[in-house]
Design a protein around this ligand. Sequence first.
Ligand code: AHR
Length: 631
Amino acid sequence: MILLSALLYSAPVTLSLDLTQPGVKVSPNLYGLMTEEINYSYDGGLYGELVRNRAFRNDPEKPANWTPVGPGSEIALEKTGGVNANLPVSLRVRGAVANEGYWGIPVRPGTAYQLYLWAKSAENGTINASLESPDGTVFAQTRVDGVTSGWKKLSATLTTSSGIAATKEARLVLRTGSQPVSLSLVSLFPPTYKDRPNGLRPDLMQMLVDMRPKFLRFPGGNYLEGNTFKDRFPWKKTLGPLEDRPGHQGTWGYRSTDGMGMMEFLLWCEDMGAKPLLGVFAGYVLNKDYVKAGTELNGFVQDSLDQIEYIIGDPRRTKWGARRAKDGHPKPFPLECVEVGNEDGFDDSGSYEGRFVQFYDAIKKKYPHLKVISTTGGKDSLGVRFPITQRRPDLWDEHYYSEAWDMMASATKYDHYDRKGPKVFVGEWAAHDTIAPWAAGAQAGPTPNMKCTLGDAAFMTGLERNSDVVEMACYAPLLVNANPGGRQWSLNLIGYDALNVFGSPSYYAQKLFSENLGDVTVPLQLAAVPTQTKGNQTLPGIFASATRDTKSKVIYLKIVNALDTPQTVNLDLKGAQILGEGTITVLSGDLKAMNTIAEPKKIAPETSALPTGPLTLKPHSVNVLKLPTGK
Ligand code: AHR
């Protein structure tokens, strides 16, 4: 058992901020987000679609997530005569059929739900659609007219009355009558963020927007690579109308609809005010299959150039820029960074350097202004593997999945980092409690507890102090559907079910760090810091960083008290004085405490005026002080 114990130490800590000394520039892109299709992050998560297995391809043997309703109803998969090559499977229904959604379909009062479906039937007809509880209470109903003998895309709106109570215990029921009807691509959308068609869930988007991320790393993670070559993220097949997207097998045990495609990722970035950080497939997959550098790799390199062109190419002069315009967005997106592959240090063949060079040269030749990131070379918790020597990556991506204790130990790591090497992108990181997040299953999570948050926040103080070398950082994974069956990774920043969302304490720590950040660091010293011990190891019990906004002259001071005792801190400001009222925001709780759907804000930040007397930090707390120092 890991012991995080504090030595009781009553003397106050002195924290000195020296504004007479220059700090370093804080990277304007320091805090961002990382995302991939894991834990039902998009399907059953951020992507608004409410129908599960809408194209009937999740299970080749049976219509998973669809059930016949009422006596005499029959349903069966049809594997021939589909709408097109991308929608080869349909569902033959006689009577009525229900879709259960992703652990329920949520309904809210006075809300319009947009239904689309493809249908055909030997006889012209009508489908009655409704949103109902399993016991038959109807929340909304409508008629879908126009079913004919050929495939047709039909639509209708289901509107709930204002009197219903919000529930996630609803299902979509389609009644076809005694005549068999074939259905394909059945889709139901609630109102989406900014009302975008094929858009995103508003409550989750608001949580993300509130974090003020500067970039979004997508599409993975392992999801970029795929378990085999055919499972890699197929960006070209994720464009355009949904009936043109076949979907693909994801890496985390379920099929992706690819409703969340390239354009949706880019609009997601735009709606958050974040820049896209694109991961391109680099010829290596998770089963360790790879393509050697050379002519065999050329097709993959070209594919990545096409992808970059889709994001930033001229809409009139380039093929893929024109395609982006056709997809509704003539204006290029603000791409600055491209990452080649994901965790290619696991490729024991050592082929990454050659592959990286080929991608690097091609990208730099066509887009010299883009920064190219390598996935190996840094000194992260994966170990130093295959450092790139033939080219100098603009950044290298380091990943840390470590116990809270080790994450705290890493808080000083970048204090001693090589300033002459490439800049660092901490592209995935998270502290865990006792069991690694890939091994924990249902024994931990699905989101971090306060102990993890202390490790996370201590680590972030190190990122901020060293923001001259650490340009960007993003926690992973971001999202988890909290239902059993929805989690492939045990610790994730934000949890949800069909109706509710909650932020973990680590979410709040991230948000606090991101929204309270200046543009230069303030040199800081801690004295008389009590220690904490684990076995024969010792670490400081207090971690801190400070930045200052040079325009507003506000100092943002972050102090983490990892100890299980309150701690008094004497603030000593050199070269400035506090003018006006400062504030302190505190996030604290028991080490094992966590937020849940039932208790979403058990641990949440609380802001108050800064006390005039001595400052006493709560045990196990993350504290953000806002200190105004002038006009
Ligand atoms: O974040 C979960 C997984 O951890 C990512 O897909 C992968 O890049 C890393 O190993």
